[in-house]
Design a binder for this molecule. Structure first.
Ligand code: COA
Length: 379
């Protein structure tokens, strides 16, 4: 069979059909299971949005307490998982999460059950336990004991409780919940593709999600919001923004929080999170100055990037406001990518289910550009 033209980075290649989400980069539109991102984020909790992706319909209002209760029942970690987090306490949170993730099937009798029921049972465990893992790591690296999860709090509120040891302000819990829904799924992004490739071999959900965590951690995917905050701290004041940004670009570096492979207008998730960041600034839980600086830096960066790469449409992406929202709930930059994973795990699990149902091995080709006919010298 003749090899088709190589598409670098698989850009423009349609790898599968999905009912889970749609990204329209030209229109700046993101649809999650039929809902516009601006419609669902802030209205449905993460537990509801994840359930919607896993079963195909948003739970009715009466079902929600039962769904939340069931998921809350899976939050606690086994001692073996806690032991791994303890061993990894000095590793970056996303690495600790990847290591712990691989152990999250220890309490299921058949981790290789990839039937719809087996996948659903595993998805509930993964989504419920990711925040517990990150919170336990946050405590252990400070030399503190992990705090056991509480079943009477929502997933986001309970996470903040487990990190800080006290019930969070409702606005903080709402902001984190909105963030998790905002990033729950996003078409055929690199980590989702990774999960689907692994699932396509009929491998299990925990293996697929562990691989996805590894794909997410890179700075070109989920690792950008930490550097966004570093950039804002370094810029310090509005009047320094232009010179700082130009220097970065002249040095050949990318400005974190801008540009996207698919979106050529403002990322719609940035819209949602900009509103959340503003609410947090208004609730006075957050450094208002930082929020105002971010708005000013965004404006300057858009102008400078247009001058630097005319016509490339490098617009604000989700990571820019993620940095502000996560900072405002008290989290540290090196925890941001693990927070992203706590939201995206809902989508990864749904994609694994969809891939298992499609049951088609993903196996592209490569174009060989190496030498031929070499001979091994006599030894
Ligand atoms: N700062 C400076 N230049 C950028 C840029 C940025 N943030 N994003 C893209 N560019 C440049 C590229 O280097 C490229 O230049 P070239 O044509 O001279 O090689 C040009 O703009 C077009 O880039 P494009 O092909 O649209 O980007 P991509 O699809 O390869 O990469 C990202 C997309 C997200 C990896 C890229 O925009 C980036 O690195 N952004 C910063 C990191 C970030 O915020 N990541 C989170 C993504 S949600």
């Amino acid at each position: 069979m003749a090899i088709a033209t190589v598409s670098k980075g698989l850009e423009g290649v349609v790898a599968t059909q999905t009912k889970l989400s749609m990204v329209d980069g030209q229109a700046g539109e993101l649809i999650i299971g039929g809902y516009d991102i601006g419609e669902i984020a802030g209205k449905a909790s993460f537990e509801e949005a994840a359930t919607m992706l896993w079963r195909g319909s948003l739970p009715a209002k009466e079902e929600v307490p039962g769904i939340k209760k069931e998921l809350a029942g899976y939050r606690a970690l086994r001692p073996e998982t806690l032991e791994i987090i303890k061993t990894a306490r000095n590793a970056p949170p996303i690495d600790a999460l990847r290591m712990a993730c691989a152990t999250l099937s220890l309490d299921v009798s058949n981790p290789n059950d990839i039937s719809p029921a087996g996948d659903l049972a595993m998805a509930k465990r993964l989504a419920a336990r990711f925040p517990t893992v990150v919170a336990a790591h946050a405590r252990l690296r400070q030399g503190l004991e992990p705090i056991a999860p509480r079943a009477d709090l929502g997933l986001a509120a309970n996470f903040l409780y487990m990190v800080f040891g006290e019930e969070p302000h409702p606005a903080a819990a709402r902001a984190l919940d909105t963030y998790w829904v905002t990033v729950i799924d996003h078409g055929m992004n690199a980590s989702t593709f990774t999960a689907r490739v692994i699932a396509s071999t009929r491998s299990d959900m925990v293996s697929a999600v562990t691989g996805a965590v590894g794909a997410l951690k890179g700075p070109l995917h989920g690792g950008a919001p930490g550097p966004v905050l570093d950039m804002l701290v370094d810029i310090k004041s509005e009047d320094r923004a232009e010179a700082w940004l130009k220097k970065e670009l002249e040095a050949g570096r990318r400005v974190m929080g801008f540009g996207h492979r698919v979106y050529k207008v403002r990322d719609p998730r940035a819209e949602v999170l900009a509103r959340t960041a503003e609410e947090m600034a208004g609730a006075d839980l957050h450094n208002r100055k930082l929020y105002e600086l971010a708005r000013a830096v965004e404006k300057t960066a858009l102008r400078v990037l247009e001058e630097h790469k005319p016509g490339r449409n490098l617009k604000t992406n989700v990571e820019f406001y993620t940095a502000l929202v996560l900072q405002s709930v008290g989290l540290l930059p090196d925890q941001f990518v693990a927070m992203f994973a706590c939201g995206r795990v809902g989508g990864w699990c749904a994609h694994v289910m969809e891939q298992h149902a499609q049951d088609r091995l993903i196996r592209p080709q490569s174009e060989y550009i190496g030498p031929r006919g070499l001979k091994v010298p006599k030894r």
